[in-house]
Every structure is written in C-alpha cells, then in structure tokens.
Design a protein around this ligand. Structure first.
Ligand code: 5GP
Length: 192
C-alpha cells in the first residue's frame, strides 16, 4: 500500500537489531487518517469472510484493530499481557516471545469474548518471526473459533513469520512488506 510505504520512508527509523521504529505515526503517536485507511484496506481484503471478532494483542495492535473494526462493525478483543491482567481465571492463555523486548510474556483472553461461534480476523502492527500471530492462533484454537485470516500493517519479509503462516494456507494480508533495511534505507517487496 503506497500510502503506508511512503509514510515509512518519510518517518520510519531503523534501529539496531533490525527493528523499524514507527512510533511517530503507528504505535506511540498515531496518525488517525492513515490508520483509518489501513483499517479500510483490511476491510476491502477480508469483507467476504463474515468476520464476527477482531483479535489483537495489547497495546500496539489495538488502534489498528479498532480502525478495521469500525468498517467491519464488529468488536475488538485484545489479548492482555502479563500476570496482573485483571481478567479473572476464565481465560485462554498462551506464552509469547516478544521480538522487540527479548522476553516471554503471557497473553490472556477472556472466554466470555471469544467462543466457537466466532469467525476471527487477527490484526497486528508488525509481523516478524510470527510469535505474536502464533499465540493468537493458539487462543483461537482453544476457543474452537474459526480463523478468517491475518491482517498486518508492516511485515518484515526477511524474517520467517509471514512465509510460515502462508505455507499453512492462512490468508495473510500485509499492507507493506519490507524486503530489506539498512540504517538509512528501507526496500519494499513489490506487490504481486
Ligand atoms: P513477531 O511476534 O512476529 O516476531 O513480532 C511481532 C510483534 O513484535 C509485533 O506485535 C510488534 O509489536 C513487535 N515487532 C516486531 N518487529 C518490530 C519492529 O521492527 N518494530 C516494531 N515497532 N515492533 C516490532
């Protein structure tokens, strides 16, 4: 998606460890016009799936998931991180390794908000090794819910998450796929 690629080129910063910093528009300060356009792009791709819930992880996926949910007109459920998550014991849980923080945390989703009747779209800001997506897939399995697909703002195509998920037949829609990045350049994979 050209709009997102241009924004990454204008405002993104490459940090050591192949981390792309986009917190001036996506996951700290948020550009509302851009994020609604990203939400609309997910809707255009996944609108035929009869989606009933959008699932993400706190905190950086929430704004993007909400932008999409506004088009789908369905609720957003976000996985809560850590032990002090204040959601009680009636939860699905999964361990997830954080790429950016280098540590494992627990994600919990209340059984009240995800059931076998749901068709779920996963949304997240980044896809790198796929750990966050795998964790949400695990929670969808625990609920007995159906997966529609996975919507990602920025996929780092040089890390294996996207390829592994697509190899399993999962519909992964990434709005920008980074082929490679250096300290002062970002190259995108061209659209098919
Ligand atoms: P994965 O679990 O696929 O390895 O990584 C995805 C998660 O890690 C996302 O939820 C995102 O928050 C974070 N992440 C991974 N790579 C980056 C990156 O380059 N920049 C930022 N800002 N977050 C990232």
């Amino acid at each position: 998606m050209k709009l997102l690629e241009d924004k990454i080129l204008a405002c993104g910063k490459v940090l050591p460890g192949e981390v792309l910093k986009v917190d001036s528009f996506l996951n700290h300060q948020i550009d509302p016009v851009l994020i609604m356009e990203l939400g609309k792009a997910f809707y255009e791709h996944f609108s035929l799936y009869s989606i009933s819930k959008i699932l993400t992880v706190e905190s950086s996926g929430i704004a993007l998931a909400l932008a999409a949910a506004q088009y789908f007109r369905v609720p957003v459920v976000f996985g809560k991180k850590g032990k002090h998550k204040n959601v009680g014991d009636n939860v699905y849980t999964c361990e997830c390794f954080s790429y950016t923080k280098g540590q494992t945390y627990e994600v919990a989703v209340s059984k009240d908000y995800l059931t076998a009747d749901d068709t779920v779209l996963i949304i997240d800001d980044f896809l790198a090794n796929g750990a966050a997506a795998e964790c949400l897939l695990n929670i969808i399995d625990q609920a007995g819910a159906k997966l529609a697909g996975i919507g990602i703002a920025i996929e780092k195509g040089f890390q294996p998450g996207g390829e592994r998920l697509r190899a399993r037949g999962i519909d992964v829609q990434s709005l920008a796929i980074i082929e490679s990045m250096t300290d002062d350049s970002v190259t995108f994979r061209s659209a098919d």
